[in-house]
Design a protein. Structure first.
Length: 325
C-alpha cells in the first residue's frame, strides 16, 4: 500500500501514538542527567552516539516535515502561520507559568522583573534562558527549569524554511526536495564546524527535510512491514545521516503497518513541555531518587499536566482535521 493511500485513508492515528511515545522517550532519557547530574550518559548514548531523547527529537522533526508540508501546501501563508502559532504558543505560555511556579516552590525568588524577562525570552523563543537562580538549588541538575524548550526555536525556524520552499514552488518537484535533503544530510557531517545554533539546527532540519521528501514521494513509497525491517537493519550498519534516514523510515513504516490505535487526544506536546520541570520538582520533593525510578515517576506525574494542557488549552485552539492528500 502506497504512503499516499495510508494518508488519504486516514490511517495516520498511529502517528499520534508515535509522537506520544517519542515524548515519553524524552522524559525517560532526561531522567539520567536530572537524577545523576549534567553530563551523565543517557540511554542509547554509548551504543548509538545519540541519546534516546536525541533520537526522539529527530523523529519529531521528521514527522513535522511530513505533516507540516501538507499544511503549508494547502493553506495560505497567513493561515499556515496562524495554525502553527495556535499549536505552539498557548500551551507554551501556560507551561511557562507552571514552570515558574514550580521553580519558586523549590526555592527560587526572582524579582517581578526577572520573572517577566525570563518568561518573555522563553515565550518568544529568540533567546531562551533555561535557568532561574535559586531554582532546584539542591538538585543534581540545579538551576535549569525547562531544558527541552530549546528545540522549539528550531522547529519554528524549520516551519519558516518549509513555508519559503512551498512559496518558491520547489516542493512541487520531488527531485528538488530529495536533493535538498541529501545536501542537508551531507552538511550534518560538518555541522560541528558551524557556529552556535546553526550546528544544532542542521541535523534537525535534515530530519525535517527527510519528512518533506517522504511526503513529496508519497505516491511512490510502498509502505510494508518489510520496509520497517530493512530500515531497522540499515540503521545499524549505515553511518551518520544515512542511519538517521533509516530510523525515520523504520519508525514511519512500523507506525503505519501496525494495527491502528485511535487516540481521542494528543498529549505529546504537553508531555514534552512539562516533563523536565515536573521531573525536577519530583527530585526536589524526593531527593536521591534514581534515574529508573525518576523516569517512571516523572512519566506518571507529567501525564496529568499534559491532559489538562490538551483539554483546557491546546484542543480549543487547534481543531483536528482529517488528513487529505
Amino acid at each position: 500500500m502506497k504512503l499516499a493511500a495510508h494518508l488519504s485513508a486516514g490511517r495516520t492515528s498511529n502517528l499520534d501514538v508515535l509522537r506520544l511515545v517519542l515524548a515519553g522517550c524524552v522524559i525517560v532519557s532526561h531522567a539520567w542527567p536530572l537524577a545523576l547530574g549534567p553530563g551523565t550518559p543517557e540511554p542509547l548514548e554509548h551504543l548509538t552516539g545519540r541519546s534516546l531523547g536525541g533520537w526522539a527529537v529527530l523523529l519529531f522533526f521528521f514527522l513535522s516535515g511530513l505533516l507540516v508540508t501538507r499544511s503549508a501546501e494547502r493553506r495560505t501563508i497567513a493561515a499556515f502561520w496562524q495554525a502553527r502559532a495556535k499549536r505552539i504558543f498557548p500551551g507554551l505560555g501556560v507551561a511557562l507559568l507552571t514552570t515558574l511556579a514550580l521553580a519558586c516552590a523549590s526555592g527560587a525568588v526572582p524579582t517581578a522583573e526577572e520573572a517577566a524577562v525570563w518568561g518573555l525570552r522563553a515565550f518568544t523563543l529568540l533567546s531562551i534562558e533555561h535557568q532561574i537562580p535559586g531554582a532546584f538549588a539542591e538538585n543534581p541538575y540545579p538551576g535549569t527549569v525547562n531544558g527541552p524548550l530549546w528545540s522549539l526555536f528550531h522547529e519554528v525556524a524549520a516551519y519558516g524554511l518549509c513555508a519559503l520552499l512551498v512559496l518558491s514552488g520547489l516542493t512541487r518537484h520531488a527531485l528538488a526536495v530529495a536533493g535538498l535533503a541529501l545536501a542537508a544530510g551531507a552538511a550534518t557531517w560538518w555541522s560541528g564546524h558551524f557556529p552556535g545554533r546553526i550546528a544544532v539546527f542542521v541535523p534537525l532540519f535534515y530530519a525535517f527535510l527527510l519528512g518533506m521528501a517522504v511526503y513529496r514521494l508519497r505516491h511512490r513509497i510502498e509502505v510494508r512491514p518489510a520496509l520497517a525491517a530493512i530500515a531497522v537493519l540499515a540503521s545499524v550498519v549505515l553511518p551518520g545521516a544515512w542511519s538517521t534516514a533509516a530510523v525515520c523510515l523504520a519508525a514511519l513504516a512500523a507506525a503505519l503497518c501496525l494495527p491502528q490505535v485511535k487516540l481521542h487526544a494528543d498529549y505529546s506536546y504537553g508531555l514534552y513541555i512539562y516533563g523536565w520541570p515536573v521531573a525536577q520538582f519530583a527530585i526536589f520533593m524526593l531527593p536521591g531518587t534514581g534515574p529508573v525510578a525518576l523516569a517512571i515517576l516523572s512519566l506518571a506525574a507529567t501525564l496529568p499536566f499534559a491532559v489538562l494542557s490538551w483539554h483546557l488549552v491546546e484542543a480549543p485552539m487547534t481543531p483536528r482535521r482529517r488528513v487529505q492528500v
